[in-house]
Each structure stands twice: as C-alpha cells, then as structure tokens.
Design a protein around this ligand. Sequence first.
Ligand code: 13P
Length: 250
Amino acid sequence: MRRKIVAGNWKMNKNLSETTVLLEDLKKQEFKDEAVEVIVTPPFTNLSLAVTTLKDSKINVAAQNMHQNANGAFTGEISADMLKNTGVETVILGHSERRAYFGENDALLAEKVDTALKNNMEIIFCFGEELEDRKGGKHFEVVESQLKNGIFHVNDENWKHIVLAYEPVWAIGTGETASPEQAQEMHAFIRKTIKETFGENTAASVSILYGGSVKPANASEIFAKPDVDGGLIGGAALDAGNFSAIANSF
Ligand code: 13P
C-alpha cells in the first residue's frame, strides 16, 4: 500500500508568535484517518518550536529547503545536519518557487537529493510545468525531463525515502486547480515513467502528491483519483481548520 500524505508548505509565512498559534490550533484538530501522514513545513526559524510542540501529535515536521554542502562558508544557508539535529527528518526539494526565484536547476537539485539521501533524510521532490509548457503541449516532456535530470540518478533502494509532488506552476497560488482528470493523467504518466526505469514495484510504491490550489472544497475529488496519493498544500495549510479538512478528504 502506498503512503497517503498531506503536507502543508507554509512558504515564507508565520513569524514565531503566529507559528505558536497555528501549531496549537493544529494540535486541536481531529485527523480522522490514522493512515494519512500529516506534515507541516514552517520556515527554518520556527522548525525547532514546531518539533517540540508537535512531539506527541501525529503531525510531522519537514523543512522547505536545504543546502547541498555539509557545512562551510555559505552565508544564509542551512545544512542537512542542522535540520536533523533540530529533529527534522524530511525536506522539500525542487519547489517551483526555488527553481523560479533562486535559480535552482536540475543539476543543483540532483546534488541536494544526494545530500539528503546521504543524511538518511526523506525527500519530497517537487516538479511541474509552467503555463506555456501546457499550452504548447509540452507538459509531459517538461515533467519527464525534470524527473530524469533531477532525481532519476538514485538507486532502487533510495525510492523508499522519496515522495514526489507534481505541482503545475500555473495552479500554484492562482486559485486555478488542475482538474482531477488532469492531475490523474499526469500522475499516471509519472508512474509509467518511473516503471520504465525502475520497474513495476518501485512505480507502484512511490507516493505522488498533487499541489496547486488544493482546498477543502476540491481535495476529495482530486484525492479520489487512483494515482494521486495526497497533496502538498500552500495557502490552505495556513489555516488549521482548512488543513485538517483537506487531510480528512480521502
Ligand atoms: P497553493 O496551495 O497556495 O496553490 O500552493 C501550492 C504549493 O506551492 C505547495 O507547495
């Protein structure tokens, strides 16, 4: 059985005081399905607080990014060891905002993937096409290339530590979600692409999340699709009630 996961990507939102309030709110929520893994990703400054506050809850804490080097003169950056020593075992890599605004390309992401795996971390690896790609009928090609150049260098064993998140850029923060059919079509394509390189078992066991304007109102029809194993949630994850409603949408 594939893992069902709902992860909240807080992005650059919530200061320490606001994080305290949101975490307390999250702790009060009822997450009905034990089998659904719930993850939150506060900014770096609030990870330690999140780990401590959520220690006895079912909610796990992940980071939004990480540097590829172990340590050294990389002003402003955060290493795998720093995350792990804070109690964070999972990291989001390759978010489209990192790709678009911080120049993260496939080669750099491949390095970050290696660093995360070397440190026994779990990875939520993001990718997805832009609007022009889809309009030009290039969305499958773009996604295949992001996967092949960013993460397909790993070995069969590594896949146990990898979750994929398909996030079409045109659906992020726009209110325009991919239709459940569009999500399913792409997730099936991703699974087929994994199968061609890594075989049936790996393809069948990798969780593939959908991200892009997921809300309580549309989550259940997206999660009902056979190749969609959950969601990576942006805006709606900043409200505990909305986030738990999404996690309860399977
Ligand atoms: P929204 O849910 O705000 O569209 O953001 C999605 C996202 O980028 C999650 O990583």
